[in-house]
Design a protein around this ligand. Structure first.
Ligand code: 48H
Length: 264
């Protein structure tokens, strides 16, 4: 008597294709699309989904978590400055105080708990999916994102040229880290200007990132390391509290933007 229930290969394939297509169709329109599934994007997504919003994170890699997995210098430890260790507490991540006000945790533990919290809150993910372009409406207001499969985008043009598709949302969050890909796309079109992140200055950088997190263009919010790139703020190295609190701030800004849209 076999241990497992009998199923055929076509049952497995149908389950995957059907499940994918149902979700993809449902998320062709979302309340908020977050580009980038690193710590700032995951945090923003978790907070927004907790409030009942329909949130999709577009991530070009197969894995989520960005730079939060391995922390600094390939050493699997992440650091967070007070008061952001409270988020580790909320997520149930073991951590210890290294010196007054500076906490360490294991990157894989912190990152996997944050991903799980985002999933539990109801965030959906399009991974292996790369942001390609922006949808612009009247007055250059954001209308959505243009996406393609990462493997397609990685192929040389002479081998294939596959047109992308678009997903609609009135609020987009650029959480693509150092590259600030969404903001750079608007810069290419002459709509905003980015400065490039500055030299390291831990003490100053994280407050500035959180303070500057917000709307950079009608419908577009920038969060995380992308904030440093847009505004020329100092980098902070492998310390992540600023990323988490910036994500939280981005979610608050998104909520108030959506309230304004609903009221208009
Ligand atoms: C889809 C994309 C695209 C694209 C990128 O780099 P991240 O971890 O970003 P943050 O801002 O949440 O956190 C930054 C932090 O990890 C860090 O590097 C710090 C604190 N550095 C300090 C310093 O001094 O250097 O995650 C960004 C995510 C990644 O998963 C990318 O794969 C993804 O965005 N991404 N996804 N389409 N075009 N570009």
């Amino acid at each position: 008597m076999p241990l497992f229930h009998p199923v055929t290969e076509s049952d497995v394939t149908r389950a995957i294709v059907g499940g994918f297509l149902r979700q993809f169709e449902q998320y062709v329109e979302s309340d908020v699309i977050i580009v980038g599934g690193g710590p700032s994007g995951l945090m923003a997504g978790k907070e927004l989904a907790k409030k009942g919003l329909k949130v999709l994170i577009v991530e070009r890699n197969n894995y989520l978590g960005g730079g939060f997995w391995i922390g600094g210098y390939l050493m699997n430890k992440v650091t967070l400055r007070a008061p952001s260790q409270e988020i580790l507490q909320e997520l149930g991540v073991p951590h210890e105080e290294a010196v007054a006000g500076l906490y360490t945790a294991d990157g894989p533990h912190a990152c996997s708990k944050l991903i799980a919290a985002a999933c539990d809150a109801g965030v959906k993910f399009a991974n292996m999916t790369i942001f390609d372009d922006i949808v612009l409406r009247e007055g250059n207001r954001i209308g959505g994102v243009v996406i393609n499969w990462t493997p397609i985008a990685a192929l040389p043009r002479e081998i294939t040229c596959v047109d992308p598709v678009a997903l609609e949302s009135r609020v987009i969050i650029d959480a693509t880290g150092h590259d600030a890909c969404v903001c750079k796309k608007l810069e290419e079109r002459g709509l905003i200007r980015t400065v490039g992140y500055g030299a390291m200055w831990v003490e100053r950088s994280e407050d500035l990132v959180v303070e500057h997190t917000g709307e950079v263009h009608p419908g577009l919010i920038v969060t995380g390391m992308a904030v440093s790139t847009v505004y020329g703020l100092p980098r902070m190295g492998p310390t992540f509290g600023g990323m988490l609190l910036s994500g939280k701030r981005a979610s608050e800004v998104a909520l108030s933007m959506l309230e304004q849209v609903a009221a208009s």
